[in-house]
Design a protein around this ligand. Structure first.
Ligand SMILES: Nc1ncnc2c1ncn2[C@@H]1O[C@H](COP(=O)(O)OP(=O)(O)O)[C@@H](O)[C@H]1O
Ligand SMILES: N[C@@H](CCC(=O)OP(=O)(O)O)C(=O)O
Length: 394
């Protein structure tokens, strides 16, 4: 299902899509994400011309009063050539080394390019923790808002040098969607080396552009296999769809377009692919993060009664409903909540270390408080720290 067909309902929906495009033209706050392949050459140099063209477009819009946040990839790619790396490194330590070199070079380019338009660029490096922990989240939000108030253009990237495999966004598509949610942006623009979503890898002949996706979760018949063409991008189309889904489900309309079409896309012209925003209630940032930006560090297996309570009634997970623990996690970590057939039904922040749980399993909280002490009255996962995943409802 790509569009809304030719019925009256379809025509009305199409009109809705046009109205949503028009919202881009008048949007007061926009998050723009640009991928490595649009900023760097395949051999790992910054493409100055492309940065100049992009900053021209963004600066014009900023000067017209729209608050802009640029989520820019390219640190690893831009560090390749200076460090003599022939291709994108595969191991984390070399990626981090390349990112430390490339990030400085990239921001220097942006700073100079925006300064040419009388604008101040600001580097903001974020980690997954900044999106998850309440204090850091509020801090990131406050800083970004203040920068926007002061007329600066924040340039966001993942803090690659401190990220580890376990706790890492890994791609900026999802980070951009989380930033759009954090800032309650009016729109998200994903710029890439491909000009739209296609029904299959566009390097294959016969694939067709999809101009409009009314609901990402209902998108079918689209092959997104294969990462970037030029070997410097990370997630390919899969992470862009994930990003569009996070953003649209948080109420933020999203456009995917070629970096060269940034101007027309911001002007609401029908370029690229429009992903319509869902009208449902916005989830909290923590729920979004748990559902989309992390994987569990381990899992707890629930009996059928607990599966029902968590998935259907959105209850907290109590020790009485746990039958097994897997993995080596610590209190505060994200864990998967699974049924006895191994399906992950929810994800949440756990209140105990993995080693503590076997002693608590199957016991009532009242019994635990009496026998082990009042601190054992806690839930395994509190309902406020838990998100039920798609398809989990019994
Ligand atoms: N169905 C599809 N539609 C569009 N592009 C696709 C699709 N499947 C795979 N791709 C590939 O995804 C690439 C974009 O991903 P990536 O290189 O990670 O971009 P970026 O560096 O902009 O984040 C495109 O160049 C294209 O080759
Ligand atoms: N933080 C990494 C981002 C990697 C990334 O998401 O790349 P891309 O798929 O090109 O958006 C970097 O700056 O190289």
């Amino acid at each position: 299902m790509h569009g809304a067909g030719t019925t009256q309902a379809g025509a009305n929906a199409q009109g809705g899509a046009e109205a949503e495009r028009a919202r881009l033209r008048t949007a007061r706050r926009v998050v723009v994400k640009v991928g490595s392949s649009s900023l760097t050459t395949p051999d790992g140099h910054i493409d100055r011309e492309r940065i100049a063209v992009l900053t021209d477009v963004l600066a014009r819009r900023r000067s017209a009063g729209t608050e802009l946040v640029l989520v820019s990839s390219g640190a690893v790619a831009a560090g390749m050539s200076p460090l003599g790396l022939p291709s994108r490194p595969k191991d984390l330590a070399t990626q981090q080394a390349a990112a430390s070199v490339g990030q400085g070079l990239l921001v220097a380019q942006y700073t100079a390019a925006f300064a040419g338009h009388g604008l101040t660029a600001a580097q903001v490096l974020l980690t997954v923790e900044d999106m998850m922990r309440r204090v850091q989240y509020r801090n990131a939000q406050r800083t970004l808002r203040r920068l926007l108030d002061m007329g600066a253009v924040p340039i966001v990237n993942e803090n690659d040098t401190v990220a580890t495999h376990e706790i890492r966004f890994g791609d900026n598509d999802r980070l951009a969607a989380l930033v759009a949610h954090l800032l309650r942006a009016d729109a998200l623009l994903l710029l890439s080396d491909v000009d739209a979503l296609y029904d299959g890898d566009p390097s294959r002949p016969g694939t067709r552009r999809i101009p409009w996706v009314p609901a990402v979760r209902e998108l079918t018949g689209v092959d997104v296999g294969g990462a970037g063409r030029r070997g410097v991008g990370t997630g390919g189309m899969a992470t862009k769809l994930e990003s569009a889904r996070i953003a649209t489900e948080a109420g933020v309309p999203t456009v995917l377009a070629a970096a060269a079409d940034a101007g027309p896309a911001l002007a609401g012209e029908p370029v690229g692919t429009l992903f319509t925003a869902s009208a449902e209630r916005r989830p909290s940032a923590r729920q979004l993060w748990l559902a989309h930006a992390t994987a569990g560090r381990g899992s707890v297996v629930l009996d059928p009664g607990a599966v029902r309570a968590v998935a259907a009634e959105h209850a907290s997970l109590l020790p009485a409903g746990v039958v097994k623990v897997e993995g080596d996690f610590s209190a505060g970590d994200p864990v998967d909540l699974c049924d006895e057939d191994g399906r992950t039904i929810a994800r949440g922040l756990v209140n105990y270390d993995a080693a503590e749980i076997p002693e608590l399993m199957g016991r009532s909280t009242r019994w635990l408080a009496r026998e082990l002490g009042p601190e054992y009255e806690r839930e395994i996962v509190h309902r406020d720290d838990l998100v039920v995943l798609d398809g989990a409802h019994p």
